[in-house]
Design a binder for this molecule. Structure first.
Ligand code: ZN
Length: 475
């Protein structure tokens, strides 16, 4: 009796717990991709009442839309929306999209639709028309030509017949993201705290294995900040680019549908060049922060610009001396860039070639804050520990944060005013962060390629601890 009662109580509790989830509608989209990879046909079946309108993230989506109908009724876009009008319940809608791949040689921005050999990168916003309401759940299945695979940022479910099934809708419709279709071999790579869903496009098999190893090694280095990768699932898409500087001429993080890193690489460069390159560590380190508004580049670029060298040194991709040397030369190039601009002004003009000043000023502030926090708490806290706390409270929220909110939260989580004080002082001053003073307190002397450490410096212990992953105590 007791057991029965308990069982039924558990059932009631479970029903209460899951009731809202069951009540929420799940719209079902079936996406058929044409063998040319340039045409996509979508059948969207709405659960219960159809949404009043559908939206797409990309401005071009309405021009790529060939036709849309509910039964016999033709539906035309009105501005940037599609108004569905009166429909019955559980209505299905059909539409066709003709993708327009970019004609430029080299990609230099966020998600766009582009042909890469026998593959098609697509900006999701070019073809996915979805309800605007946040939290509108969409289950997507794909019908793909034989031999064609799909890479997507959405949460993946195991589908029947081995067909990929994804759950979209967790992030706002206007966050850009990419889906790739093509003749590639997807691979899941597990690292502490995460599965990386990797798609390497247009690479010979041996090259692909080497690139996957590089991605895994880099992700492992990134876990050395606080013991796990900052997000549980990551889409990684690697594509060759015909030209540009270094092994990774272009890379960016996208958040639409879920976190993603998209890399354009120079396939001709040897493996060692990739292992020593900072780009992927930098991109993955963006994921230590939630999505930050674009005007606050000093923070969302400052943190990865600082951590790229720390994490590479922790993982042994570069030496500790090299990390300090790279940091110092970065701070110097930031200082030399647009010296007439203070941080607030430089931050406003980050797109106009002054990004080095903004990135490295932010990085210098983070180094300073990390060392101060370690000193003030007797080594119990660190920037890494604070970012771990931030991941628990704030990473899952599907909204954008301002730098001010993040800084306030970091102070709250650490029980200090270190971040706020430092940021306020920097924005009130007209100068560049005083990294020379920080290096001096930390007892780091860099001359050319020569780096010397002073064991008696005030921040010697903090300096050594921040380059060691063991300094992060498990919580
Ligand atoms: Zn960046």
């Amino acid at each position: 009796m007791t057991r029965l009662l308990l069982a039924s109580l558990v059932t009631v509790a479970a029903a209460l717990l899951y009731a809202p989830v069951q009540a929420a509608s799940v719209h079902r989209y079936e996406v058929s991709v044409d063998p040319s990879l340039e045409r996509v046909a979508v059948r969207a079946c709405f659960d219960g009442n159809a949404p009043e309108a559908l939206v797409a993230e990309s401005d071009g989506a309405r021009f790529y839309l060939e036709s849309m109908r509910i039964g016999e009724r033709l539906i035309e876009p009105a501005g940037d929306k599609v108004i569905l009008g009166a429909t019955g319940v559980n209505t299905c809608l059909d539409y066709q999209v003709k993708l327009q791949p970019s004609q430029t040689n080299v990609q230099a921005g966020g998600p766009e639709t582009r042909r890469i050999g026998r593959n098609m990168l697509t900006s999701i916003g070019d073809w996915l028309w979805r309800p605007q309401e946040p939290g509108a759940a969409i289950e997507l299945t794909f019908r793909l030509p034989s031999g064609v695979e799909v890479s997507a940022p959405w949460q993946r479910k195991t589908g029947s017949e081995g067909r990929p099934v994804f759950l979209a809708g967790a992030t706002p419709y206007n966050w850009p993201g990419i889906v790739a279709f093509g003749h590639f071999t997807p691979r899941d790579i597990e690292v502490p705290g995460a599965v990386l869903h990797v798609a390497v496009l247009n690479a010979p098999e041996a090259r692909q294995a080497q690139l996957e190893k590089w991605i895994e090694n880099t992700a492992r280095n990134v876990t050395l900040l606080y013991g796990r990768f900052p997000v549980a699932s990551l889409q990684v898409v690697v594509a060759p680019t015909p030209r540009g500087r270094g092994p990774v001429p272009w890379a960016y993080v996208a958040r639409g549908g879920g976190p993603a890193v998209h890399l354009f690489i120079n396939m001709a460069r040897p493996a060692e060049d990739f292992e020593r390159d900072w780009s992927l560590t930098h991109e993955m380190s963006h994921l230590f922060l939630p999505y930050v508004v674009s005007r606050d580049a000093w923070l969302y670029e400052g943190i990865p610009t600082y951590l790229q060298n720390v994490l590479m040194a922790r993982g042994g991709a570069i030496s500790v001396e090299q990390a300090w040397q790279r940091m110092r030369s970065g701070f110097q190039s930031g200082e030399r860039t647009a010296p007439e601009l203070n941080l607030a002004r430089a931050n406003e003009r980050v797109a106009n070639g002054v990004y080095l000043r903004v990135y490295w000023a932010g990085a210098a502030m983070m180094l300073d804050a990390d060392l101060r926090l370690r000193e003030q708490t007797g080594g119990k806290q660190s920037l890494g520990g604070a970012l771990e706390q931030l991941s628990y409270c704030c990473a899952a929220e599907a909204r954008r944060w301002s730098a001010q909110e993040i800084i306030a939260r970091l102070d709250e989580l650490t029980g200090t005013s270190i971040f706020g004080d430092l940021v306020r002082a920097q924005f009130e001053s007209n100068g560049y962060p005083d990294y020379e003073a920080v290096f001096k307190r930390a007892g780091i002397k860099v001359e050319g390629m020569q780096v010397e450490f002073d064991a008696a410096a005030p921040w010697a212990a903090e300096r050594d601890a921040l380059m060691r992953s063991s300094a992060v105590a498990p919580r």
